[in-house]
Design a protein around this ligand. Structure first.
Ligand code: SF4
Length: 80
């Protein structure tokens, strides 16, 4: 499972932070940080979800009010 985080779209509501510990608050920027992710394009981050953390990653993607978090499983888009 792969997670993509569009930091440009993120509006810093921080719901994701409560769902998955890989998302951290960047209060200064008013945006979340996806820890351990690679920046594949400016402000676009990708991370392979570690085994056992899929549910939390899914919850983080579901609660984002602006769909800044996208989840893929086997190349297929799951959320949003
Ligand atoms: S829930 Fe969405 S908008 Fe809010 S901090 Fe997380 S990624 Fe950003």
């Amino acid at each position: 499972m792969r997670i993509e985080f569009d930091r440009d779209t993120c509006i810093g509501m921080f719901q994701c932070v409560y769902e998955w510990e890989s998302f951290k608050r960047d209060e200064h920027a008013g945006k979340a940080i996806l820890e351990g992710a690679d920046e594949v394009e400016p402000d676009r981050f990708v991370l392979e979800v570690p085994e056992g953390e899929e549910f939390n990653a899914e919850m983080a993607a579901r609660v984002c009010p602006v769909d800044a978090i996208t989840l893929y499983d086997d190349g297929e888009q799951l959320i949003p």
